[in-house]
Write a protein that binds this ligand. Sequence first.
Ligand SMILES: [Zn+2]
Length: 161
Amino acid sequence: MTLNKSAENIVDEGAQHPNCPLCATPGGDWVFNCSKFRVIEAVDADYPGFLRLVWNDHVREFSDLSREDRMLCMDAVVLLEQFVLRVFKADKANIATLGNVVPHLHWHVIPRFTDDKHFPAPVWAMAKSGVSLSSRQQWVLDSKPKWMLDLRAELLVAFPG
Ligand SMILES: [Zn+2]
């Protein structure tokens, strides 16, 4: 399938690190890639629409990027945040870069709903018991093929290179 082929191609480019899962695999369902970064959907059962921006080169820290690349990266994170708020109608967008488990630069952009499994705690906190997907999260899951195309189109306009 075309999407998978594109996703495989991006991992052959740039600086790679042995045994790094984000160098070896796209890291989720592929949405978009340009020369510097890619965007994937994390395929988290509790958080449909959980997006990640993954820097294509194996870079450990955000401050390892040039100023120009940091600005490019933040412009893209902002686009993702605005998409999550506008299209998913999230109550809050959470953005974070941790990299403790996989030290390859990536940004999490997470649509949060007041009735999701962890709100108001971070998604990495202990989950509330007995909470399933909210109706809005179910909508995000069900409409994934559509919004993935819309998001790809927005990213292509903003980051053509
Ligand atoms: Zn890597």
